[in-house]
Design a protein around this ligand. Structure first.
Ligand code: PEP
Length: 245
C-alpha cells in the first residue's frame, strides 16, 4: 500500500503564499512513490486546488459540519468542501476535540456526512500526556476508535499523540510500533478483513530528520504533518523518506 503524506496547514497561509506553496509542491511531487495531500484553511482551498489541478497532490479540508447545508452560521459543509475542490477532510483533530469539545459521537457523524459528500476522511485519535503517564493510552485510543468510526469505514486513521503535536517531542519508534499494532488489531476487530487495508498515519512533530525511521515502523501507512508541511522543502523531504521507507 502506498504511504500517504498529508499536510495540515491549520490556521496558516493567506492566498498568495498558499498558492506559492502549492505550486512548489506540484513541481516537486513528480515521480514520488507516495500519495500527497494538503489541507489548507477553508479560505484558500479553492486557489490551492486550482494550483494543484492535474498534479498528483490532493486537497482536503481540516473539518466539516455534520449537515450538507442549513442554518449553521460560520460552519462549512462537506458538500461545500467538495465544491471548493477538496477530496479529503481531516476530522477529530485533537485541536478540534480540545478547543471545540468535539466528542467521538460528533466525529462519527461528521465522518458519515463527509463520506456522503464524496470526501475521504482522516480520523485523528491520540492520548494526552496525562493519559499516557497514567498508562491509559491504549484504552483511550481504543475508545476513540470504537466511538469515532462508523461501520463500514472507508477512510484513514491518524494516530497523533496530543503531547507530540507541535511540541517537537516525537513518540519513540517503540511507542509508535506498539500503538500502531494495537490500532491495527482494533481495526480488524471492528471491521474484519477490511481493517487490514485501512491506512494508519502517524502524526506529531514529524520532520525530515525523523521521518524515515517513523515511516519505516510496521503498520505506519504515512504521516500527518503540521509545522513541517508549511515549507515545501521539508514536506517534500518527508515525502521522499516515505518513498524510501
Ligand atoms: C498536526 O497538527 O496534525 C501535527 C502533526 O502537527 P505537528 O507536525 O506540527 O506536530
Amino acid at each position: 500500500m502506498r504511504q500517504l503524506i498529508a499536510g495540515n496547514w491549520k490556521m496558516n497561509m493567506l492566498r498568495q503564499p498558499a498558492i506559492e506553496l502549492a505550486t512548489a509542491l506540484r513541481d516537486g511531487a513528480q515521480g514520488l512513490a507516495c500519495d500527497l495531500l494538503v489541507c489548507p484553511p477553508f479560505t484558500v482551498i479553492e486557489p490551492v486546488a486550482r494550483a494543484l489541478a492535474g498534479a498528483s497532490v490532493a486537497t482536503g479540508g481540516q473539518d466539516c459540519h455534520t449537515a450538507q447545508q442549513g442554518a449553521h452560521t460560520g460552519d462549512i459543509s462537506p458538500t461545500m468542501l467538495r465544491d471548493a475542490g477538496a477530496s479529503w477532510v481531516i476530522l477529530g483533530h485533537s485541536e478540534r476535540r480540545q478547543n471545540h469539545e468535539e466528542t467521538d459521537e460528533l466525529v462519527r457523524e461528521k465522518v458519515l456526512a463527509a463520506v456522503e459528500a464524496g470526501l475521504t476522511p482522516i480520523v485523528c485519535v491520540g492520548e494526552t500526556e496525562d493519559q499516557r503517564s497514567g498508562g491509559q493510552e491504549t484504552e483511550v485510543v481504543g475508545w476513540q476508535l470504537a466511538g469515532s468510526l462508523p461501520k463500514p469505514f472507508t477512510g484513514v486513521v491518524a494516530y497523533e499523540p496530543v503531547w507530540a503535536i507541535g511540541t517537537g517531542k516525537t513518540a519513540t519508534e517503540q511507542d509508535v510500533a506498539a500503538m500502531h499494532a494495537f490500532i491495527r488489531e482494533e481495526l480488524v476487530r471492528q471491521f474484519g478483513d477490511a481493517g487490514q487495508g485501512i491506512r494508519i498515519l502517524y502524526g506529531g512533530s514529524m520532520r525530515p530528520q525523523n521521518a524515515a525511521s517513523l515511516l519505516a515502523v510496521p503498520h505506519v501507512g504515512g504521516g500527518l504533518i503540521g509545522g513541517a508541511a508549511l515549507k515545501a522543502d521539508d514536506f517534500l523531504a518527508i515525502a521522499r523518506a516515505a518513498q524510501a521507507g
